[in-house]
Design a protein around this ligand. Structure first.
Ligand SMILES: Nc1ncnc2c1ncn2[C@@H]1O[C@H](COP(=O)(O)OS(=O)(=O)O)[C@@H](OP(=O)(O)O)[C@H]1O
Ligand SMILES: Nc1ncnc2c1ncn2[C@@H]1O[C@H](COP(=O)(O)OP(=O)(O)O)[C@@H](O)[C@H]1O
Length: 199
């Protein structure tokens, strides 16, 4: 019997998806201490991008650690597996042409380079949210620093587990030294040329 619909044996490509959306998929990877402002920046950035007609996906503890990674804790091995899975998921979004914003502590250069390797170095825009530990601790959004100081939480980043600053981030933001809107504008100025199809 004759087929009236052609049979294709190849999935549509990233370029096909990007043409459909009229944007390029990139990874915006925020790294920094708990309370440094990663999620707040990610949410504000997503809103600004959406306002410009750009489709985004935020990956953060609320949708990753509570779901796909709900079997992982904060040992070095679990943090590694956390970041590996996040990077694999992020790659699927980036390959769909979506601007993907990750907000995870990702406390070491090794973990961040692993993530960049999975996502693809060329698509990886690393932002170091370099808010001083003293400010993060003062904010103590979830009361975890106080618990860590009292020894009720072990291996807490910045207190009893290490945070290694990025060696060469694409951008550094200190949320204690700059209003949120200014940080978001600075990020937008850097990433919009990479996202816009006509460039
Ligand atoms: N031991 C320990 N160390 C660090 N953080 C802890 C810990 N236990 C719980 N939390 C809460 O988990 C959030 C960090 O998770 P991440 O997935 O970003 O961490 S990591 O990248 O795997 O290091 C982090 O949330 P954010 O404040 O959103 O960063 C903490 O609230
Ligand atoms: N300029 C700023 N940028 C981002 N967050 C800020 C800023 N000023 C104050 N904050 C506050 O700092 C806290 C940062 O928390 P959050 O975004 O959850 O950090 P993280 O995701 O890094 O753990 C929020 O309570 C936020 O309102």
């Amino acid at each position: 019997m004759e087929h009236i619909y052609p049979i294709f044996d190849k999935m549509l490509t990233r370029a096909d998806k990007e043409a459909l959306l009229g944007q390029r998929g990139i990874m915006i990877w925020m790294t920094g201490l708990s309370g440094s402002g990663k999620s707040t920046l990610a949410i504000a950035l997503e809103r600004e991008l959406q306002r410009r007609g750009i489709l985004c996906r935020i990956l953060d503890g609320d949708n990753i650690r509570s779901g796909i990674n709900n079997n992982l804790g904060f040992s070095p091995a679990d943090r590694r597996e956390n970041i590996r899975r996040i990077a694999e998921v992020a790659r699927l979004f980036v390959d769909t042409g979506i601007v993907t914003i990750a907000a995870f502590i990702s406390p070491s250069e090794e973990l961040r380079r692993m993530a960049a390797g999975i996502v693809g170095e060329a698509d990886f825009f690393e932002i170091y949210v370099n808010t001083p530990l003293s400010v993060c601790e003062q904010r103590d959004v979830k009361g975890l620093y106080a618990k860590a100081r009292r020894g009720e939480i072990s291996e807490f980043t910045g207190i009893s587990a290490p945070f290694e600053a990025p060696a060469a981030p694409a951008m550094t933001v200190d949320t204690s030294a700059m209003p949120l809107a200014d940080s978001v504008n600075e990020i937008l100025n850097s990433i919009l040329p990479r996202i816009n199809k006509q460039n």
